[in-house]
Ligand binder design. Structure first.
Ligand SMILES: O=C(O)CCC(=O)C(=O)O
Ligand SMILES: [Fe+2]
Length: 343
């Protein structure tokens, strides 16, 4: 970013403006939290050989206890990960006018930190959301800038989709559901990239409030700057940033389908004083008209259903699952085909 743009940016301040300061009881608390060594880093290369069963066990265990794990040797090329990260860093470094008035905004949502006022407090982040399903139809509405945006982000999403289907198959096997069980419930990819500039006093601010993802699973790339934290046993623990690894977390839709066997954990993002942090989250979601309910194979006399059936879009609407962006997202994905699972 050139010097002039930095000088005019909302985050280029010596102290945190009043509107970004959380009241004392909602501040992030201790910022130096233990990095969680119990979040397993799972080597997916082994999921094809004799170790497959062990990989399934590791994924099941992590999904049941913590709701988070990381994957390495996942098949997404390092080159496309690096290029995609570069694209988003370049996107966020465009001027506010460029970001707000990029040629065709009909297929994506950019939100500056100042749009995120919640109870009078702004989050210390900018966010970009982009529906990606069906990819061939959506891509024409994506930003044209930075150069090669569509080409690079499109390739990234195709690779991440393949990865997410592989992970869902392993989860499916771990739950002893029939192969392909999640196929219809994992059709829709939604990309959400966050940018957290350095913050003069991270103890006063939050990048993302504590939340649970309204997805089946979410695949996050956080590069080499930590900031993601998971709530476990009454305390926040940090998810170590490992370059070229993806963080996978169980969304609340999968918690429901698994009838509570898998856990969707609360998480948040904190800021830091020295480095900007960019994260790229890909939500793997059911389509709007999908019925979500516990899988029948997991329900019996000893395990009665813990949740009632509902349409995914009803859940999204009633819970405002995507926060202030919910209505805009619903509009962008409202042409989804029907998907009546109801097994
Ligand atoms: O920035 C991060 O690592 C967290 C992203 C996240 O939780 C989300 O987008 O839902
Ligand atoms: Fe999240």
């Amino acid at each position: 970013m050139d010097d002039q743009k930095i000088a005019s940016s909302w985050f280029n301040v010596q102290s945190v403006p009043e509107t970004y300061r959380f009241p004392p009881e909602r501040r992030p608390g201790k910022l130096i939290v233990p990095l969680c060594k119990t979040i397993p880093v799972i080597n997916l290369e082994k999921a094809t050989g004799v170790d497959r069963i062990h990989i399934i066990q590791q994924i099941s265990e992590a999904s049941q206890t913590l709701g988070f794990f990381q994957v390495i040797n996942h098949g997404v090329s390092e080159n496309i990960i690096v290029e995609t990260m570069r694209i988003f860093k370049d996107f966020f470094s465009m001027s506010p006018e460029e970001k707000a008035s990029a040629p065709n905004k009909s297929g994506w949502i950019y939100t500056s930190s100042t749009d995120y006022a919640k109870e009078g407090v702004h989050l210390w982040r900018e966010n970009f959301k982009q529906p990606c399903h069906p990819l061939e139809e959506c891509i024409q509405f994506w930003p044209n800038e930075p150069t090669r945006y569509r080409d690079i982000v499109g390739t990234y999403l195709v690779e991440v989709k393949k990865l997410s289907l592989r992970i869902l198959e392993l989860i499916c096997e771990g739950l002893r559901l029939e192969p392909g069980y999640f196929k219809e419930q994992s059709e829709v990819q939604l990309l959400s990239s966050n940018h957290y500039p350095p913050c003069p006093d991270p103890s006063l601010t939050l990048g993302i409030l504590r939340h649970i993802d309204p997805s089946l699973i979410t695949i996050v790339y956080q590069g080499d700057v930590s900031g993601l934290q998971v709530f476990k046993d009454g305390q926040w623990i940090g998810v170590e940033a490992i370059p070229n690894a993806f963080v996978v977390n169980i969304g609340n839709q999968l918690q429901i389908i698994s009838n509570g066997k898998l856990r969707s954990a609360e998480h948040r993002a904190v800021t830091n004083p020295t480095e900007a942090r960019t994260s790229i989250a890909t939500f793997i979601n059911p389509s709007s008209n999908c019925i979500i309910e516990p899988a029948q194979a997991l329900v019996n006399a000893l395990n009665p259903p813990l949740y009632e059936a509902f349409l995914y879009k009803e859940f999204v609407n009633s819970s405002k699952a995507f926060g202030p962006d919910t209505d805009a997202i619903q509009k962008l994905i409202s042409s989804e085909p029907e998907c009546i699972k109801g097994k």
